[in-house]
Design a protein around this ligand. Structure first.
Ligand SMILES: *[C@@H]1O[C@H](CO)[C@@H](O)[C@H](O)[C@H]1NC(C)=O
Ligand SMILES: *[C@@H]1O[C@H](CO)[C@@H](O)[C@H](O)[C@H]1NC(C)=O
Ligand SMILES: *[C@@H]1O[C@H](CO)[C@@H](O)[C@H](O)[C@H]1NC(C)=O
Ligand SMILES: *[C@@H]1O[C@H](CO)[C@@H](O)[C@H](O)[C@H]1NC(C)=O
Ligand SMILES: [Zn+2]
Length: 658
């Protein structure tokens, strides 16, 4: 399709909201805060006071009037119209769900970006879009996707007598009408349906007020990707990105959204590609339905083999449980969480973060204590610890708009098999779960890829988890050896096969008498490991042979005093928990919604050279969609290393990303 020169089109890309995360920092998504500032357009009652007979024009005032029968989504009151190719003919028979096609469009308003920034953005968005397309399938839009114009904006009066032919059609145009916007993006006329004015109440005669745009071919979701230094970005240095959804189709499925990426995030020296990818995915999931503004519009399609066909509204899915925790009660979410926590408790619905929500209100993230490490937690940690988890995919399935390939979910180790009370405020401090810690000791992050330190943060509400150390926490990075706490006494070995173990191993000095044993405190140490079966492994420390480390037990090693604690159900159980390697994505990427080929580009060649994502190290980002989401990063104060309180097998802290 031919687009105006001034427009730049990316095909197969996504929306992003980014937040930079520093080790030890929290990223917070302010999606809901932004969303709250957006007023929602709702269908208005159909002129109840309209006199029966006399044709008359009803003024449209503000944003609370709409045409009957159309669905208006928040922000804009735009609806989507699908235009079947030639407009006529029988509607095509519904096809089976196909991977969602996401087109990314860079609005003109975006700041000029340097080549380096463009490359970063492009590769991150491409990868995120590819991932989402591999997860979600939809009944594809037939013909070009056209967004609707808001009759509240373009029309000054509409015919209000239900007996007239042109009932509810626009009778007088608003001559001040300029364009449609979503968030701060001006939607190109080319993406918009046309609109007509009907000057007479009963005459089919009409005048074209705005012509029909060409629309976007092969598009199921249109992502306006806006890169800018907005006030919101400036207000909070930790905000990476935010997003909103703009329009929904007649089934309520969002078909367009805006993601604003704070430009500063693309230039940061600490930029990390995978963290940005995760942020974009997080934002996309918001825009695609994981949003408190969309929960009530989810549809139940269980009686239908077709997504969106034969479905009916689920109605209210958010309820408070006995303790006041707001949860998503939808069938896939409940069964995913029951399976994850290994509990049949029917109250195990998806818990929502309460920190940023007023009492009794809902947020658009999972409760961090229960679903730590989920891509849809409010806080994403180090990107290597963030998972596209089964509960999040279940939620997307329960929207009714998507067929989700649930087998692509990544292992969410956090809380696995821990029972119904896992993550509650009443149990996180009683040492009943090794995922939580108390005090401020050193240990291991629960995935055992990183050394950690017991910390809490506002989302944890006093519960402690082992978060990765700020510096050189990764056991799998050999180069961290020199920085690792000067501990050649503890027999550490860093490298790709190394994992974190709670240990107080201390090398024995040959000529020292036994009486001189200095007791050392338990901390996280890196040792090599190799799997010998599910939950079975051996370890090797400096100068030692391979020794079996019985899960849940401890071992001693020749030449060392002290013990190594062998974690139970953390190692050699989850094939997808591995250190990142250069050439392998940690995500199940396979389906490609034409990322490289279809990217059309651009005006003056910008964005036109496409390359595979380059691996850049970064910071993390989060985002939300469907409303505006801002992410703020909170730096968590870093506390020390002093006395070690030891809890064996306590490994907390998952992170988000992706
Ligand atoms: C779901 O994903 C798995 C793993 O990538 C793949 O083997 C399978 O074919 C997918 N199923 C569908 C229906 O796409
Ligand atoms: C949990 O363990 C810590 C450290 O061993 C201890 O100080 C604390 O009292 C224990 N808490 C409970 C409730 O047992
Ligand atoms: C982390 O590394 C930086 C630079 O290498 C150093 O200045 C800082 O003191 C280190 N922090 C800790 C906690 O080791
Ligand atoms: C290592 O830790 C264990 C358990 O806390 C303790 O019993 C032992 O004395 C410690 N050993 C040394 C050498 O510190
Ligand atoms: Zn979010």
């Amino acid at each position: 399709m031919v687009l105006p020169q001034s427009l730049r089109l990316w095909v197969g890309m996504l929306v992003v909201m980014l937040v930079v995360e520093l080790p030890g920092a929290l990223q917070k998504c302010i999606f809901d805060e932004v969303q709250a500032q957006v007023s929602e357009v709702r269908p208005a009652p159909i002129h109840p006071d309209s006199p029966p007979n006399r044709p008359r024009l009803r003024p449209l005032m503000g944003q609370h009037t709409n045409l009957r029968g159309r669905r208006w989504s928040p922000l804009h009151g735009l609806s989507v119209r699908q235009r079947s190719s030639l407009g006529q003919g029988a509607p095509p028979t519904p096809a089976s769900p196909q991977p969602i096609r996401i087109h990314t469009w860079i609005p003109r308003e975006s700041d000029n970006l340097s080549e380096a920034e463009k490359d970063r953005l492009k590769s991150a968005v491409e990868e995120a879009v590819r991932m989402v397309s591999s997860l979600l399938s939809v009944n594809r839009v037939v013909g070009p996707l056209l967004l609707s114009r808001d009759i509240n904006k373009y029309c000054k009066f509409l015919w209000s007598n239900s007996r007239t032919t042109n009932y509810n059609r626009c009778g007088r145009a608003n001559n001040n009408y300029r364009n449609e916007t979503c968030l701060d993006v001006t939607i190109p006329d080319d993406h918009l349906a046309g609109c007509d004015i009907y000057p007479q109440p009963d005459s089919p005669r009409r005048t074209v007020f705005r012509p029909e745009g060409a629309g976007l071919p092969d598009t199921d979701f249109l992502l306006y990707l806006h890169i800018q230094s907005t006030d919101k970005c400036r207000a909070e240095p930790s905000v990476l990105a935010y997003a909103v959804h703009c329009q929904t189709d007649t089934h309520g499925r969002p078909v367009a959204g805006v993601v604003v990426i704070c430009r500063g995030r693309l230039t940061a020296a600490t930029y990390e590609h995978q963290a940005t990818v995760q942020t974009v995915i997080h934002e996309l999931f918001h825009a695609l339905g994981f949003s408190k503004d969309l929960f009530h519009t989810w549809r139940d399609c269980s009686s239908s083999s077709q997504v969106a066909a034969g479905c009916f509204p689920r109605g209210k899915v958010i309820h408070s449980d006995g303790s006041g925790q707001m949860r998503i009660y939808s069938p896939s979410v409940i069964s995913a969480l029951q399976k994850h926590l290994a509990s049949p408790d029917p109250e195990l619905a998806g818990p929502l973060e309460n920190l940023d929500a007023a009492s009794g209100r809902v947020s658009s993230h999972w409760e961090s204590r229960v679903l730590r490490g989920s891509i849809m937690a409010a806080v994403l940690g180090d990107w290597t610890t963030v998972r596209i988890d089964p509960v999040t995919l279940a939620a997307l399935q329960d929207t009714g708009w998507y067929t989700v390939n649930l087998s692509r979910a990544q292992s969410l180790v956090w809380g696995d098999g821990e029972g119904a009370t896992f993550g509650s405020l009443s149990t996180c401090r009683d040492n009943s779960s090794s995922f939580f810690c108390t005090g401020s000791g050193l240990g291991c992050h629960f995935l055992h890829l990183h050394k950690g330190e017991c910390q809490t943060d506002p989302y944890l509400e006093g519960c402690g988890v082992f978060k990765p150390l700020k510096n050189a926490s990764e056991c799998w990075i050999e180069e961290n050896t020199s920085q690792s706490a000067g501990d050649d006494q503890s027999g550490e070995i860093l490298g790709f096969d190394s994992r974190c173990f709670f240990s107080n191993l201390t090398r024995q000095v040959p000529d020292q008498s036994q009486s001189l044993v200095v007791s050392s405190s338990v901390a996280g140490r890196c040792y090599r490991h190799r799997c010998t079966g599910p939950n079975r492994y051996q370890i090797q420390v400096s100068g030692s042979e391979w020794v079996a480390c019985p899960a849940g037990g401890t071992i001693q090693l020749k030449g060392y005093q002290g013990l190594v604690f062998c974690p139970d159900r953390r190692l050699c159980l989850y094939p997808d928990i591995t250190p990142p390697s250069d050439d392998v994505s940690t995500f199940p990427v396979s389906y490609t919604s034409d990322p490289y080929e279809t990217l059309t580009a651009a005006q003056d060649g910008t964005w036109s050279s496409l390359r595979p994502p380059t691996q850049i190290t970064v910071a993390t980002a989060l985002c939300f969609t469907a409303a505006v989401c801002l992410l703020a990063a909170l730096i968590v104060s870093y506390s020390k290393r002093g006395s070690c309180r030891i809890r064996i097998h306590t490994v907390p802290e998952a992170h988000s990303s992706l």
